[in-house]
Design a protein around this ligand. Structure first.
Ligand SMILES: C[S@@+](CC[C@H](N)C(=O)[O-])C[C@H]1O[C@@H](n2cnc3c(N)ncnc32)[C@H](O)[C@@H]1O
Length: 231
């Protein structure tokens, strides 16, 4: 089957998230793509089965690979919604097409805007008050700002799970060659000002482990809330 120019293959995959992902995997074998992929993705889907989040958020949708893989797992495990935040409208548009092909359009919501602005709005609108699972996979230097924003709003609570992808070999996914400076600096775009400067909550204690799929090189960092230390 092929993702390119083959309408019949696309129709065979319609409504089947795993067939859609198989097409993307095949395409990614021939073309450089910054996707979580099946082996590392499997670590996250196991955690979704254990945790059974009602709402899951991901920072960085790209073409929707992880949104399809994790959205499908979350839906199968009693989830209500998967929010995928993406800065680039073109990638978001492509992702929406694949998500629709996979039949997940009523479950996975792709939102185009700076992720920190959306997360802050979720909080202020009362849409999301605490983090169940947050999957972070965008520009590595900005991972910490996401966590601090969640801490600032008191969204990190017992049970919160923070999953940071691409932590060992970020070079592949974070090769910024050819990217707009605005994209690279997207946690604070050029000419913009941070809408919220926060130090987060330095008293929160976490436990982190690195998880690597068998035979893999890169790892995913799995971080759990442990408690809050007395100041
Ligand atoms: C490595 S890709 C995500 C891969 C995807 N999670 C997957 O595994 O299929 C990172 C994505 O983060 C997006 N991104 C970078 N900065 C962002 C920001 N400030 N807000 C939202 N998305 C951002 C990029 O446009 C890119 O599509």
């Amino acid at each position: 089957m092929s993702l390119q120019d083959n309408h019949e293959d696309l129709e065979k995959a319609r409504g089947n998230p795993h067939k859609v992902l198989a097409l993307v995997d095949e395409f990614a074998n021939q073309n450089a793509m910054m996707i979580v992929g099946g082996p590392k993705g499997g670590i996250v889907t196991e955690l979704i089965k254990e945790q059974q989040p009602k709402i899951m958020i991901e920072m960085g949708c790209y073409f929707g690979y992880s949104a399809i893989l994790f959205g499908d797992a979350a839906r199968q495990n009693g989830g209500e919604c998967y929010h995928s935040l993406e800065l680039n409208p073109d990638w978001a548009a492509a992702a929406r097409q694949l998500i629709e092909l996979a039949g997940l359009q009523d479950f996975v919501e792709v939102i185009v805007r700076r992720r920190d602005v959306i997360l802050d709005k979720f909080y202020r609108d009362g849409k999301i008050t605490n983090i169940e699972i947050l999957f972070i996979y965008h520009l590595k230097p900005a991972y910490l700002t996401d966590v601090k924003l969640c801490e600032h709003h008191g969204m990190i609570v017992p049970g919160s799970l923070l999953l940071a992808d691409n932590v060992i070999y970020p070079d592949k996914g974070y090769n910024t060659t050819g990217l707009l400076e605005r994209t690279v600096k997207s946690w604070m775009p050029v000419g913009d000002v941070p809408f919220l400067e926060t130090i987060g909550n330095p008293n929160i204690v976490y436990q982190s482990v690195l998880r690597q799929p068998e035979g893999g090189r890169d790892e995913t960092e799995v971080t759990r809330f442990v408690g809050v230390q007395e100041a």
